[in-house]
Write a protein that binds this ligand. Structure first.
Ligand SMILES: Cc1cc2nc3c(=O)[nH]c(=O)nc-3n(C[C@H](O)[C@H](O)[C@H](O)COP(=O)(O)OP(=O)(O)OC[C@H]3O[C@@H](n4cnc5c(N)ncnc54)[C@H](O)[C@@H]3O)c2cc1C
Length: 500
């Protein structure tokens, strides 16, 4: 006898989107969440009178969020007030140069022309191909299953033009970027996006390079902080009769006769359901919460072969004055070569990089209500190893904060130290404790080509019937809209299998 039609593990974006859609179609749904809040990496926390985002700081591809609301019979605008963000990035370089890329591609072209006329012309080609890839390839698959080679063939046949762009699946990010742009400054300024899937330009798949264009289709910040997106989705879930149980850590997925049969919580509560939807790291799910005894040998081998993604330590700073920045996001940038060295020379050697790469997000630029009047919030994000040669993350928090403030001041002339009123560091160990992300992995699994598209763990498990995956571990990988898209796709499979 089932307690629910579906149990969802984790109230991240993938879990919430699938849960709310299923509830809207009449299923009895329960979401079990380890923490006391919704959203996982797309969430916010209050420190004193300041509100800080815990992970994500902006969304693009907003049509995916619209599709979520439409599939539950609702409209985004009735739930979330999205503020358009423009420019996309401000850039600060070590020689003191500053520039920014506006959302309007033509205005960005004009900025590029100040570096290189040739690169400004290349931008037109890059933007045209980027637009076609986003509409022709990403559009049809970001909210739909993409699990097999046949799915890929269907996509190619439906959009024959896409065949010409398959080369970007085979090229890496760096070679893609360099095939368009020759100026070092332009290459460096567009290298950041490779780390948005957690890999350096030399290892990241080539098609990811077009994220540098997709942002020009519009980026948005939800008024009230990133948590407003999952809060809106949780509201839809509850309006449709679904439930969320907080402080409810799932420790085991029950499997009977090769089928999912429910979950067991850390406090021993058993919840029975024929359908389990996981929004957690796929390695943890299969190897710890299910266990090799319940899996075929090939599945154990396959899931063990994935690497977990890079962690991203985050510093939250409250300031008593306006920072000397130009945009919602500032990329303190280094060269393309250094962006690779961060991985090959620092990350692999377990060293904290000090090469001058930092993404600063300034949410009060878009929404001043996140801080007291005249005050501001900043988030500083870098990528760094889980294990540090320098010592233990918990002991190095103060030192890390100090070193990042030093980096801002000495390399980029951004001196904010005397204006800091509140500071908090979330290290990879904090992310692991808070969200149970193994080794603090922010994008669940590494996103190289062997772990992308139909090579990533499937939305519908092949090893356990009635088990479905959502979130960064499955297709399309990390990012707020892609994980919402995974929830839309997974709920579609659940409904199809239920004959609904
Ligand atoms: C620093 C940082 C910056 C980012 N910036 C951006 C950005 O600007 N734009 C963007 O689009 N994306 C960004 N991302 C990526 C994006 O936030 C994530 O890819 C996305 O939110 C992940 O969603 P998910 O569905 O995989 O769930 P997760 O966020 O991983 O949430 C999983 C949930 O499951 C819960 N859970 C885990 N184990 C259990 C268990 N055993 N039982 C019960 N509950 C459990 C966790 O507590 C958590 O709430 C950023 C991420 C980080 C960390």
């Amino acid at each position: 006898m089932s307690d629910y039609d579906a149990v969802v593990i984790g109230a991240g974006m993938g879990g919430l989107s699938s849960a709310a859609i299923l509830a809207s179609k009449g299923m009895r749904v329960l979401v079990c969440e380890n923490t006391g809040w919704v959203g996982g990496c797309c969430s916010s926390m209050d420190l004193g009178d300041y509100r800080f985002d815990i992970g994500a700081s902006v969304v693009e591809l907003a049509w995916i969020i619209d599709e979520f609301f439409t599939s539950t019979g609702r409209r985004t605008a009735d739930y979330i007030d999205f503020i358009p963000v423009d420019p996309i990035y401000g850039f600060v370089t070590e020689d003191g140069t500053r520039f920014s890329y506006p959302v309007d591609p033509d205005a960005t072209r004009a900025v590029l022309a100040t570096f290189s006329e040739e690169d400004a012309r290349a931008w037109d080609r890059f933007a045209a191909i980027g637009s076609e890839i986003i509409t022709g390839a990403f559009g049809p698959i970001m909210t739909r299953p993409f699990m097999t080679f046949t799915d890929a063939m269907k996509l190619a046949l439906a959009n024959p033009k896409m065949a010409a762009y398959m080369c970007y699946m085979l090229m890496n990010f760096e070679s893609t970027l360099c095939s368009f742009f020759s100026s070092d400054r332009v290459r460096a300024s567009m290298s950041l996006q490779s780390y948005f899937v957690g890999l350096p330009p030399a290892l990241c798949p080539g098609y990811i390079a077009f994220l540098a264009y997709s942002e020009h289709e519009g980026i948005f910040y939800p008024r009230g902080g990133m948590i407003e997106i999952p809060k809106a989705m949780a509201k839809v879930l509850e309006e449709c009769g679904g439930e969320i149980r907080f402080d409810a850590r799932v420790k085991r997925v029950l499997v009977e006769g090769g089928r999912a049969a429910g979950v067991e919580l850390a406090d021993g509560t058993v919840i029975r359901s024929d359908r389990v939807i996981s929004n957690i790291n796929a390695k943890t799910l299969y190897l710890e919460h299910i266990g090799p005894d319940y899996l075929p040998g090939w599945a154990v081998k396959a899931i063990s072969s994935y690497e977990v993604s890079i962690p991203a330590p985050m510093i939250m700073l409250g300031l008593d004055s306006e920072p000397n920045l130009d945009a919602h996001h500032t990329f303190c940038h280094t060269t393309l070569e250094e962006m690779n060295a961060i991985w090959f020379e620092d990350y692999l050697a377990k060293r904290l990089p000090d090469r001058g790469f930092m993404l600063i997000s300034w949410p009060t630029h878009a929404d001043p209500s996140m801080a007291p009047e005249g005050h501001h919030c900043l988030n500083l994000v870098t990528f760094a190893p889980y294990e540090l040669a320098q010592g233990d993350w918990d002991e190095l928090k103060e030192w890390y904060l100090d070193s990042q403030l030093d980096l801002m001041e000495k390399k980029f002339g951004l001196d904010i130290r005397d204006h800091v009123t509140v500071a908090k560091v979330n290290t990879p160990s904090d992310f692991e404790r808070m969200y149970l992300h193994p080794r603090g992995a922010v994008y669940a699994l590494q996103n190289d080509i062997t772990a992308s598209a139909f090579f990533r763990p499937r939305l519908r498990s092949r090893a356990i019937k009635g088990l479905y995956l959502t979130g960064a571990s499955t297709h399309f990988g990390g990012g707020v809209p892609p994980t919402i898209g995974s929830g839309i796709a997974a709920s579609g499979l659940v409904l199809e299998d239920a004959g609904a």
